[in-house]
Write a new protein. Structure first.
Length: 388
């Protein structure tokens, strides 16, 4: 068996592209990975895959670690970011090929399963209905009464936890993302922002009646000062964790030492080398690990390192169902899982994009025992939604 080709496929998923990597062998076997990058350089990511392909094509895909280290060596002066996302995708496609050839799930390659199911939480709850209700065919988050109704829906659909962002309902609902986009460069806190988050969580609590626990994700949208002000404002509102992105472990450690709720971070970090200073400075309670960006085995190395610091992990997962299957397999391969992130509101045709869909019931996802990731990509559906 040898790799004959690597190919990237794009589809338009409403407000971002979904990007897939297809590895085909000379005997026609196919391995799949998702490499979605909606905040950096999607076309650049595809170009990196094309540039790295000569280091993969004509090689036995089952020698996954050898190939990955050759890719690391070839890109040593440009670590992380879109380089790592491309390497992670290649790694995952090769692991899918290898596991399928052996007729086993990927987790079996890493000593699993440690579990048969995993708790999940509803991610971007309210966020999607504020910024993309038109393409998801969901109700617009036009008022705080709508937030209350959404809270009831979370419980009715069996979820015990949900995550939201800095969402302001209204006729023109807003998701505040100054760290990523919009006018100005300021990431400063304000009493108005604090009050908006408090009102949002109070509305969710009215709807859930306390039967689903909240998570708030601040992303890169505030400075350390702002995060601390929000942490004080949200004290006593039962957060599972406050999620924060940061590049400096000391700043995050200072936040964690002051905040009353657990701190989750790490989705922007790559490989165990990137996570190590954050673990060494005790900067986080939960490590958010992106399995498709790091690659499955590299993500497992991060989880193994985190376990030595008594830190749990939660997959960063806001992509298609294929990424959910990949992250679920990772949850089955490691001992220190907290919860798995899943998006509920999405484009209506998402269920047709993969050959299977995750089985979620009462806030729990059953980890599928099929070979590889237990799901492939439906290329016909990808072709029906070209991007751009």
């Amino acid at each position: 068996m040898k790799v004959a080709s690597l190919e990237t496929l794009f589809c338009d998923a409403g407000w971002r592209p979904w990007i897939f990597l297809k590895a085909t062998t000379d005997d026609g076997a196919v391995g799949w990975a998702e490499i979605t990058d909606s905040h950096g350089s999607p076309r650049g990511l595809a170009g990196i895959v094309e540039d790295l392909a000569p280091l993969v094509v004509e090689r036995d895909p089952r020698a996954v670690e050898r190939i990955v280290w050759d890719l690391f060596r070839a890109t040593r002066q440009s670590p992380g970011s879109v380089i790592q996302k491309a390497i992670g995708g290649i790694e995952n496609a090769l692991l899918d090929l290898k596991a399928k050839a052996l007729g086993i799930p990927v987790y079996e390659l890493f000593g699993g399963p440690t579990r048969d199911d995993v708790d999940v939480y509803w991610s971007h709850c309210g966020t999607t209905r504020a910024r993309a209700w038109q393409v998801t065919n969901t109700d617009k988050l036009a008022s705080y009464d709508d937030v209350v109704a959404l809270g009831r829906e979370v419980v009715e659909r069996g979820f015990k936890a949900f995550k939201t962002n800095i969402v302001v309902p209204g006729d023109d609902p807003q998701v505040l993302m100054p760290g990523f986009q919009g006018p100005g460069l300021d990431r400063n806190p304000s009493t108005e922002l604090e009050a908006a988050l408090v009102r949002l969580l109070d509305a969710f609590r009215e709807g859930t009646q306390g039967n689903a626990e909240p998570i708030v994700d601040l992303n890169f949208n505030l400075t350390a000062e702002g995060v601390l002000r929000i942490a004080r404002a949200l004290d006593g509102r039962g957060l599972i964790w406050l999620e924060v992105d940061a590049f400096d472990p000391n700043a995050l450690a200072a936040i964690r030492s002051t905040a009353s709720m657990p701190i989750c971070s790490g989705e922007n970090l790559y490989t165990n080398r990137g996570f190590r200073p954050f673990l060494e400075t005790a900067a986080l309670d939960v490590a958010s690990v992106d399995v498709i960006w790091n690659g499955f085995h590299q993500a497992k190395k991060i989880a193994d390192l985190a376990e030595t610091f008594e830190v749990n992990c939660a997959p960063h997962n806001y992509y298609s169902h294929l990424a959910t299957f990949i992250s679920a397999q990772w949850c089955a391969a490691i001992p220190n899982v907290r919860m798995l992130e899943v998006d509920v509101d999405d484009v209506p045709w998402r269920e047709q994009l993969t050959t299977a869909v995750p089985e979620i019931r009462d806030g729990t996802l059953t980890i599928p025992p099929g070979p590889g990731w237990a799901a492939d990509v439906n290329q016909e559906v990808v072709a029906e939604h070209p991007w751009p």
